[in-house]
Design a protein around this ligand. Structure first.
Ligand SMILES: Nc1ncnc2c1ncn2[C@@H]1O[C@H](COP(=O)(O)OP(=O)(O)OP(=O)(O)O)[C@@H](O)[C@H]1O
Ligand SMILES: [Mg+2]
Length: 415
């Protein structure tokens, strides 16, 4: 009997996982709270159940089992729900990471404390609950500092504190994004920011996902810290890359992840690589879905699926087959009402443009960019060199003209 993969979430972020699983001969069943989720089209069975609803997921899986599905693994992609994936895996005796590892990966404080204990280099950090504690931390650690909720994602409530920052208002802006009410204040690490994605198998890590993150537009968003896409391959040299790879392997093991996928945020500081955080999941967006396949001909989601089934992944398939420069970038037009998008057809004529998507239509209200959830659209361009890729990214930004008009509404409060 064919094996079945249970996928948590069936939105755009999970479609690539579902297609990959099908290409491996698996049957796919999926839940998503949206009854019209795009990914349902790729599922043999599906149900409108939230990925936060453990009992609903269990009932759905039991129902599918009665209908003849041999559920052999559970996974997601893009969605930061390692605790749910681990709990469902444990409930059905499927392969998966320990719940403790998943919980560590969801708590930025507990994770850093574990890294510190295992001598993994991290920025200095303090957990704080009040503006007074933040002021004390500023005095103790100095500036710049990064302020962030201990338990959020997508850059929500992540602020850079500098010499002239208004400390208390930024504390108040960040706090609502923290479910537990705790924030983290940590040393701002200077250096190239790297995103990694590591396949952990039998306590060994291979890191086919290795991108430089783009913060060229940081000034536009400050004090909010917002990434605007990235590049592959990385500009780091071989030795630096090996240092980062060794670090993310150690960090994965420090979290207790011997088999699975880990996604690291790393900074290449003057003292060597340090870890900002590590997620226990596959990336969403374009990283594992577009950047690495287009740059190196590698789809490591296959390896992640194999691990979720308890198999040894084909690590030889993770070696680059070629090398192209790939960039992804986002659109962040001024907030307001969207009037028009021009130039899209013109730029689509170029075969190096591999993706161009807008997530709003004329008439929609465009919120200010306060997190990744507020991105307006995305594009991916391929070239032979990074210089050429940058040139192409510039051309896309010049050609695509997005017009909005202010409406006078303060969306920041609504978001
Ligand atoms: N200590 C730090 N030093 C330098 N940069 C930092 C630090 N902490 C966070 N950043 C930057 O801010 C970004 C967002 O912070 P963080 O990863 O902690 O939050 P997040 O909500 O998980 O966001 P994302 O989804 O972008 O990773 C990081 O990816 C990094 O670029
Ligand atoms: Mg992060």
């Amino acid at each position: 009997m064919d094996r079945t993969l249970l996928v948590l979430g069936a939105g755009s972020d999970q479609v690539f996982l579902m297609k990959t699983a099908r290409s491996m001969g698996l049957r796919v069943i999926a839940v998503d709270m949206n009854p019209r989720a795009r990914g349902f089209a790729f599922a043999d069975e599906y149900a409108p159940v939230s990925t936060g609803d453990f009992d609903g997921i269990v009932s759905f899986a039991e129902h599918c089992a009665l209908r003849g599905h041999r559920i052999s693994g559970v996974m997601t992609m893009g969605s930061d729900i390692p605790e749910m994936v681990a709990s469902v895996a444990a409930r059905f005796g499927l392969p998966g990471i320990a719940l403790e590892s998943a919980s560590l990966a969801k708590d930025k404080y507990a994770m850093k404390a574990r890294f510190l204990e295992k001598e993994i280099p991290v920025p200095q950090f303090r957990k704080i609950f009040t503006p007074e504690e933040l002021r004390l931390t500023v005095r103790e650690l100095g500036l710049p500092l990064v302020l962030k909720p201990v338990d959020s994602s997508g850059s929500r409530g992540v602020f850079l504190l500098e010499r002239h920052s208004d400390i208390e208002p930024l504390f108040e802006k960040s706090k609502p994004y923290s479910r537990s009410g705790a924030l983290l204040a940590e040393e701002y690490l200077k250096g190239l920011q790297i995103s990694t994605e590591t396949i952990m198998s039998r306590s060994k890590g291979v890191t086919p996902g290795f991108a430089d993150r783009n913060y060229d537009d940081l000034g536009r968003f400050l004090p909010q810290i917002m990434e605007n896409g990235g590049w592959v391959p990385s500009s780091l040299n071989e030795r630096e890359r090996e240092e980062v790879e060794a670090l993310v392997e150690r960090a994965s093991l420090a979290l207790g992840i011997t088999d699975g996928v880990t996604k690291g945020d790393v900074v290449m500081t003057a003292e060597g690589p340090k870890i900002i955080e590590m997620a226990a999941r596959l990336s969403g967006g374009d990283f594992c879905e577009s950047l690495v396949p287009l740059s190196a001909g590698v789809n490591y989601v296959k390896a992640a699926v194999s691990i979720a089934l308890g198999e040894e992944p084909d690590l030889s398939g993770l070696r680059p087959k070629f090398s192209k420069a790939v960039v992804n970038r986002y659109f962040f037009p001024p907030p307001g009402r969207l009037i028009s998008i021009e130039g899209a057809e013109e730029i689509r004529r170029h075969d190096w443009l591999k993706k161009l998507e807008f997530w709003y239509s004329p008439g929609d209200l465009i919120p200010p960019a306060l997190s990744h959830a507020h991105r307006f659209g995305v594009f991916v361009a391929v070239a032979d060199t990074r210089e050429e890729a940058d040139e192409r990214a510039r051309l896309v930004y010049e050609t695509v003209r997005i017009r909005t008009e202010p409406t006078g509404t303060d969306y920041a409060k609504a978001s």
